[in-house]
Design a protein around this ligand. Structure first.
Ligand SMILES: [Zn+2]
Length: 499
């Protein structure tokens, strides 16, 4: 690392400076004092696949805690039995572990039900909440018009009584509502429902509870219980902040400091869970890991590195201004990292056979990595027959000199290909282009590459590619980075990462 930094200092000092400046600045605006206590959290609902926007939220909260020797809590907000799904706990954890997140503590909001009840009762006793038995439609209409209902004026004793009755009543008969501001321009404050009855069994708690808090109450109370000091989150929650602060104040907690940053996704990618689910059902997408998506499962399967994702999201900063981010903005980070470590191989798309007249028999030696000779060589025995990509084949022009990479030079004469020389120096003087190739021999292996638009590129790969393991990412010369997705006895299937 030291050596590399020194070398970078010589080659491009501006890159180092830029990186340092970014790392220093991103949290500076919060103005945290030395020795100030910092507790942050990231609260996923175990009901969806996290995407790059969630990655940003978890990474910035995690990094903020780390930077100030604070505590980072991963909290599952799992108090809506209608949404929560059992498999999604582990899947979320796995994704965040892959991102390099090591929480100091993992919390499940559903473990805090008794606490939620305690605070609900406190709010009722303090006349901050009331039990309402208006029909759902009427509540909706009244909230829209800013109209209060008669239940708002029941006494706390009556509300306590109804609250206990509510836990035994049929679902939908009663709800507990916060006494907010019915005429507030912020509609979330218009006496929102904070508790309701749900009979669907909960994946962790089964049928133990029927009274479930809604999201804002749960989140605000959990922030209070865990002592979350700072919260960085995306702007779509902006309207809810006022409500959550109000709940915290009513419950007697110190307010969590909340900072918003712009919504975050890449241009042209679908991030709506509802639409993705539909497209998966209609088989328009392979699954939640379809290579066109920015879900973490998709990015991972396609060959993006967690370090590149982290570097990218931190580089976008914490401003509120929406910026158009594209795949290229992410790819530039990933490419640099892959380029430094991935071995090079040949993949010939739509192979065309050519005979190079008078080509000598030889063993071509190609480096696995141009900057790491210690990684070793690929050796290919050659005679006079070669496979080249159809695209190159079509572009050969009469009289031009071509080079088969690290092998030989030849010219095209009418419909024939004729050996010219071995030396690169000779090519360098007047050559047209260097192309990748494979010797015509039995040992080659078929390869398929799935592109992000689902097109499948077919061709042949060199014998050494057989030794690759599923999950390995390679660079196919003059083609791009590809991750081995699965391996069959007669075929390798890759996913295209990027060029
Ligand atoms: Zn009512």
């Amino acid at each position: 690392m030291e050596k590399q930094e020194k070398r970078l200092q010589e080659l491009a000092p501006e890159l180092l400076e830029k990186k340092e400046a970014e790392e220093k600045d991103i949290f500076e605006f919060i103005g945290i004092r030395e020795h100030e206590k910092v507790v942050t959290a990231f609260p996923p609902e175990p009901s969806k696949y996290p995407h790059i926007g969630h990655a940003k939220a978890i990474i910035v909260n995690y990094e903020l805690a780390k930077r100030y020797n604070g505590t980072f809590i991963l909290r599952f907000e799992d108090t809506n039995p209608e949404m929560v799904e059992a498999d999604f706990y582990d899947m979320n954890l796995e994704n965040y572990t892959w991102l390099g997140i090591k929480p100091d503590r993992i919390d499940y909001a559903s473990d805090y039900m008794e606490e939620f009840y305690k605070y609900a009762e406190k709010l009722i006793k303090d006349n901050h909440a009331y039990v309402c038995s208006c029909p759902q439609e009427a509540i909706k209409e009244n909230r829209k018009n800013g109209t209060e209902c008669e239940h708002r004026y029941s006494l706390p004793e009556k509300n306590l009584e109804l609250w206990h009755e509510m836990s035994k009543a049929r679902a939908g008969k009663y709800v507990l509502r916060l006494k907010g501001h019915m005429q507030s321009p912020n509609s979330t404050l218009r006496d929102p429902v904070i508790f309701r009855v749900v009979d669907k069994p909960h994946p962790r708690k089964k049928k133990k509870y029927r009274l479930w808090p809604n999201y804002d109450f749960e989140s605000a109370i959990m922030d209070g219980i865990e002592g979350i000091t700072h919260r960085l989150r995306s702007k779509e929650f902006e309207l809810r902040n006022e409500l959550q602060r109000l709940i915290q104040t009513m419950a007697g907690f110190r307010e969590t400091k909340i900072y918003e940053f712009a919504r975050f996704n890449l241009e042209g990618t679908e991030s709506s869970g509802r639409i993705i689910r539909e497209k998966v059902q209609k088989k328009q997408l392979i699954g939640w890991d379809d290579p066109s998506l920015t879900t973490l499962v998709a990015l991972r399967r396609r060959g993006f590195l967690p370090e590149a994702i982290k570097e990218f999201v931190l580089s976008t900063g914490l401003t509120k201004t929406e910026a158009v981010l594209t795949w290229d903005d992410l790819i530039v980070h990933n490419r640099r990292m892959l380029d430094a470590k991935c071995n090079r191989y040949f993949f010939i798309e739509n192979p065309k056979e050519i005979k190079v007249e008078n080509a000598p028999e030889q063993t071509a030696e190609l480096k696995l990595h141009p900057e790491h000779p210690e990684k070793g060589l690929r050796k290919l025995r050659t005679k006079d027959r070669f496979y080249v990509a159809e695209k190159d084949f079509k572009e050969f022009k009469d009289g031009k000199l071509y080079r088969l990479m690290d092998c030989l030079n030849f010219t095209k004469k009418k419909n024939n290909f004729v050996f010219d020389s071995l030396e690169y120096e000779k090519y360098k003087q007047k050559g047209d282009r260097i192309i990748h190739w494979l010797p015509v021999q039995k040992d080659l292996i078929k390869a398929e590459i799935l592109m992000p638009n689902k097109e499948v590129k077919k061709g042949l790969a060199e014998p050494m590619a057989r030794n690759l393991k599923v999950g390995d990412t390679v660079q196919f010369s003059r083609f791009g980075f590809c991750k081995l997705d699965n391996k069959k006895s007669d075929k390798l299937v890759f996913w295209y990462t990027h060029d």
